[in-house]
Design a protein around this ligand. Sequence first.
Ligand code: UT7
Length: 319
Amino acid sequence: MYSRIAGTGGYLPRAVVTNHDLEQRVDTSDEWIRTRTGIRERHIVAEGEMTSDLALHACRRALEAAGKDAGEVDLIVLATTTPDMIFPSTACILQAKLGVTRGAAFDVQAVCSGFVYALSMADMYVRSGQSRCALVVGAEVYSRILDWSDRSTCVLFGDGAGAVVLVPSDQPGVIATRLHADGRHVGILAVPGQVCGGEVRGKPFVTMEGGAVFKFAVKVLAEVAEEVMQAAQMPIERIDWLILHQANVRIIEATARKLRVPMERVVVTVDRHANTSAASIPLALDEAVRAGRIRAGQHVLLEAVGGGFTWGACLVKWG
Ligand code: UT7
């Protein structure tokens, strides 16, 4: 028994904030943001719009694409760093919004690697026969954990959600997955705040050592790609599409170069979405699927890296 992705969905909030808009808020320029990151614009939620709302839209689209009814869902694994509240989980809030009343639902916190972690976990539930229709979701509202006066971070992120429906299959599907974490690097990318005694202690905004994150990302993305291909006993040349976490186009290009995958086979959405953390991979996947770029029988390598540090890869055969 294997699992396979039966449908994808994505959702971006309506408001678009361009680099030029940000020039009005902080000492930055469209030119700096474009040349250092590849980002041109990002979507930002409206007041009151929550992670679970974005997830709901993405899930409805994924269910429709898979030809599934919400009533068939028996597992929801939702990756987010920006939950609606401390508890209950955003997965449970989403479950209620979808009208699902059975099966399991839980959040995964692996920051930007969250979707790859969630997919890897859901794959195990489906392969073991415990789930016959799983929703795997990445959803984020980073705009609420950004210090909008800090130009070194506020220009980098956006809001959005992506989802896939995972079902059992006698053919792979999800061919191989590999996950990693190394907690020694907690300090280089964090939101170092906590709620305590009715107030926020520490800094409730994204803090980052950009250069260190950049170097670490390129190193581990190349390593885990090799590792997952080895597990699948496939040469990297067989990859039809490389979908990397969309943080910075220079990280994407450097990794693709290291892996010798030409940019024509790399999906890029960071220019329009910016870094949507756990949502970036399912959003990029959905866009490429709906554009007809990813076709049946093709091999897609999904790879992410994020705070923790966490990183991982999933090799998927489409169809
Ligand atoms: O999901 C993972 C999350 N994070 C990432 O993936 C981020 C990884 N890192 C990066 O993408 C890059 O390191 C950045 C885009 C964050 C920074 O690019 P960089 O080429 O490493 O620039 P830098 O940090 O070396 O900064 C260069 C200069 C600095 O000025 P000085 O000290 O050289 O005078 C910064 O103050 O650029 C300045 N700077 C800005 N200037 C205009 C930093 N942010 C901005 C800005 N606009 N928004």
